[in-house]
Design a protein around this ligand. Structure first.
Ligand SMILES: NC(=O)c1ccc[n+]([C@@H]2O[C@H](COP(=O)([O-])OP(=O)(O)OC[C@H]3O[C@@H](n4cnc5c(N)ncnc54)[C@H](OP(=O)(O)O)[C@@H]3O)[C@@H](O)[C@H]2O)c1
Length: 282
C-alpha cells in the first residue's frame, strides 16, 4: 500500500488517481475527509501532521509520498523516522529545484533538510525536485476576473513552468516501478517562457485580450498587502525566494521526457484546461 501525504494538494490530487489507475492500493491523508473529495477507490484517513499518531497512520504502508505543509523539515524528520520504524521500504519526497541550485531562501533550505532526513532514514528513497508550478499562475485570477489585467513584478524571470500533472505522473512512476531508488530528479516544463509570453498564451486560451502591466517590486508588494492582506513578513519571504530563484528559473531539465517517454505538458495546454476559472466578473 502506498501512503500519500498532501493527497488533496496541487500534486497529491493528481497523484492519488494516477496510482490507483496503475493498480496500486492507496491510503490518502487529509485533515478533513468529509471535505476532501478523495478518489473513492482510495482509503482516506484523517490526520494532522502536527499532532498525528504516525505509527498508526503508517501501519501497513510499503511506500510513502512525503509532502509536508509549510516546508516543514521537522515534520519530515518525524515522518521519515516513523516510516523506517513501520517497515516502509521506499520514501519519495517532493522537494524543489532550489536545492539543486543551492538557493539559500528559507523554503529551499527547509527542503534540503527534509531531503537529508529522507536519505538517512533507512528505507530506499527518491527525491523529486520540481521547479515553479504552472498552477502558481492562479495568482493572476483576481485581476483577470476583475479587469482583464495581469500585474507582474518587472523582476520576474522567464520560467520553465511545470504542469502539476507531470510531477504527479513522475511520482506515480517512481512509486509503482523499480529502478528509481537513490535517484534525485529535477523536473521542469519543456521551455522557458517570459511572463509576457505566458500572459499572451493565457489570453489566447481565454479568447479575449489581457492587459500586461509590469510594476516595480515595491508596487507589487503594496498590491499584495492592499488586495490580499498578506502579512509583510510573508511578502518579504516570497520576494527573497523570487530573488534567489530568478537566475535559475529558465533552466530546462529533460527528466520528465526521459522518464515518461513523452514531452512535458505545455503552458498552452494548462491554459486551455483552466480557462473556465478565469471568467470575467461583471
Ligand atoms: N508552487 C511551486 O512553484 C513549487 C515549486 C517547487 C516545489 N514546491 C513544493 O510543493 C509542495 C506543495 O506545496 P503547496 O503549498 O502547493 O501545497 P499543496 O500540496 O497544494 O497543499 C497542501 C497539502 O498539505 C495538506 N496539509 C496541510 N496542512 C496539513 C497538516 N497540518 N497535516 C496534514 N496535511 C496537511 C493539505 O491537505 P488537507 O488540507 O486536505 O489536510 C494539502 O493536501 C511544497 O513542499 C512546495 O515547497 C512548490
Amino acid at each position: 500500500m502506498i501512503f500519500v501525504l498532501g493527497a488533496t494538494g496541487k500534486v497529491g490530487r493528481h497523484l492519488v488517481p494516477a496510482l490507483l489507475d496503475a493498480g496500486a492500493e492507496v491510503r490518502a491523508l487529509t485533515r478533513d475527509p468529509a471535505k476532501a473529495r478523495i478518489d473513492p477507490r482510495a482509503e482516506a484517513v484523517r490526520g494532522d501532521l502536527g499532532t498525528a499518531d504516525l505509527p498508526a497512520l503508517l501501519d501497513g504502508a510499503d511506500r510513502v509520498f512525503v509532502l509536508t505543509p509549510g516546508h516543514n523539515a521537522e515534520q519530515e524528520v518525524a515522518v521519515a523516522g516513523a516510516a523506517a520504524q513501520a517497515g516502509v521500504t521506499h520514501l519519495v519526497k517532493l522537494s524543489t529545484t532550489g536545492v539543486y541550485f543551492g538557493q539559500k531562501d528559507p523554503i529551499s533550505v527547509a527542503h534540503a533538510e527534509g531531503e537529508q532526513a529522507v536519505r538517512e532514514a533507512g528505507p530506499a528513497w527518491t527525491i523529486l525536485r520540481p521547479g515553479a508550478f504552472m498552477d502558481n499562475r492562479f495568482a493572476w485570477l483576481p485581476s483577470i476576473q476583475e479587469e482583464d489585467a495581469v500585474y507582474v513584478p518587472d523582476t520576474d524571470p522567464p520560467s520553465a513552468l511545470i504542469h502539476v500533472r507531470d510531477i504527479a505522473a513522475v511520482a506515480a512512476l517512481v512509486l509503482t516501478t523499480s529502478g528509481h531508488e537513490g535517484a534525485t530528479y529535477e523536473l521542469t516544463g519543456g521551455e522557458a517562457l517570459t511572463t509576457r509570453q505566458q500572459v499572451d498564451i493565457l489570453a489566447e486560451a481565454l479568447g479575449r485580450p489581457l492587459k500586461y502591466v509590469e510594476e516595480s517590486e515595491s508596487a507589487a508588494k503594496d498590491r499584495l498587502i492592499r488586495k490580499f492582506g498578506w502579512p509583510a513578513q510573508a511578502i518579504d519571504g516570497l520576494f527573497a525566494l523570487k530573488r534567489e530563484s530568478a537566475p535559475n528559473e529558465h533552466v530546462v531539465f529533460d527528466t520528465v521526457e526521459r522518464l515518461l517517454g513523452r514531452p512535458p505538458l505545455t503552458f498552452a495546454a494548462w491554459a486551455r484546461e483552466n480557462a473556465s476559472a478565469y471568467h470575467r466578473h461583471e
